[in-house]
Ligand binder design. Structure first.
Ligand code: NAP
Length: 333
């Protein structure tokens, strides 16, 4: 029986590529940038499986021209780049990589929180520019982190780890989400549930977003939400750029509506070099690197390879976002 055909949209950890190539006829896009959409669509047209990144748009027209496709394994916990409903309708299972990147992502979110509050990037630039002439009593003042309240929007895997980091700094934790968490977890984190997002926004010194991008979270934080925040507030987003109205964020940062922001994600990505946000000194923007540690990226790649191979064997991928698509097992490999 011929081996299943796989298209991998970027060079990922070699260990994962070895696992895949052992069982399949694998092709890897070697470019540093993602494959152009038309290339991806053409490759998907003959593939049994795809290993994709969040930069690959898997939309309805692509799925319509991919009759053999059984599995899409996304190297990310988020999967807003994929038309899940259509894939499910076509019986295509989708894998993601939750859990293994949780702590690494929370580490970066907390690093952004600290850097934005204490103006670390700005201070480093100040030093390099030769502006450090004396110890200034009013120079580069920031916001205290210890003892300040941390409001978490979306207390899921990453939100919980962010709360633990905040707790380590003596921060009272507030959280908002569709469901109140268990009393045991609230006690463990010292976290207080606020059923109304408005209350969290007005009460928190730091606000960190950890929800997935879905129709219900798109532009969840807009002008009205920034207006509720304290003028001293620091806003962190490591989830997805589309959750925030970026123009409203710019207004809040440039008008003194909030103190600072730290972003790992923007709407759109990459952020255009002439975006007005990049002219502000009170925002730090990293290029979507929250899960980018050597160890975590390797774990993600291995997990994505396992999801892909399970889907090709006609098994439910160990981490599947649409198990309802799983109906026609085929034991090809
Ligand atoms: P998760 O465990 O599924 O947590 C998501 C949380 O969001 C859950 O607590 C959920 O509440 C809450 N939520 C869902 N819809 C909401 C809404 N409308 N309003 C408020 N809260 C809502 O996911 P995770 O592993 O923590 O990851 C979260 C997101 O982070 C991912 O979807 C991804 O987009 C992003 N991410 C980014 C990076 C990066 O590189 N920057 C890395 C990893 C993840 P319930 O539990 O009550 O349903």
């Amino acid at each position: 029986m011929p081996k299943p055909k796989i298209y991998v949209t970027r060079k990922i950890a070699q260990e994962a590529l070895d696992l895949i190539s052992e069982k399949t006829e694998m092709e890897v896009w070697g470019g540093e940038l993602p494959p152009p959409y038309e290339t991806l669509r053409e490759k998907a047209g003959t593939a049994d499986g795809l290993l994709t990144l969040l930069t690959d748009r898997i939309d309805i027209p692509l799925l319509e021209t991919a009759p053999r496709l059984k599995v899409i394994s996304n190297l990310a916990v988020g999967y807003d780049n994929i038309e899940v409903t259509e894939a499910t309708r076509r019986g295509i299972v989708i894998g993601n990589t939750p859990g293994v990147l949780t702590e690494t992502t929370a580490d970066l979110a907390f690093a952004l929180l600290m850097a934005a509050a204490r103006r670390i990037v700005e201070a480093d630039n100040y030093t390099r520019q030769g502006r450090w002439r004396t110890w200034g009593p009013q120079t580069l003042l920031g916001q205290d982190i210890h003892g300040a309240s941390l409001g978490i929007i979306g207390l899921g895997r990453i939100g919980v780890e962010m709360a633990r980091r905040g707790r380590g700094f003596g921060m009272p934790i507030l959280y908002y989400g569709p469901h109140r968490k268990s009393e045991a977890l609230e006690k463990d984190l010292g976290a207080e549930y606020l059923a109304d997002l408005k209350d969290l926004l007005s009460a928190s010194d730091f606000i960190s977003v950890h929800v997935p991008l879905t129709p219900s979270t798109e532009k969840l934080i807009g002008r009205a939400e920034f207006q509720l925040m304290k003028k001293t507030a620091v806003f962190i987003n490591t989830a997805r750029g589309g959750i925030v109205d970026q123009e409203a964020l710019y207004e809040a940062l440039s008008s003194g509506g909030i103190f600072a922001a730290g972003l790992d994600v923007t709407d759109v990505e990459p952020i255009p070099p002439d975006d007005p946000l990049l002219r502000l000194s009170n925002v730090i923007i990293t290029p979507h690197i929250a899960s980018a540690s050597f160890r975590t990226r390797k774990k993600m790649a291995l997990m994505a390879a396992e999801n892909l191979l399970a889907g090709l064997r006609g098994e439910l991928p160990p981490n599947c976002v649409n198990p309802e698509a799983f109906k026609n097992p085929t034991k090809d490999i």
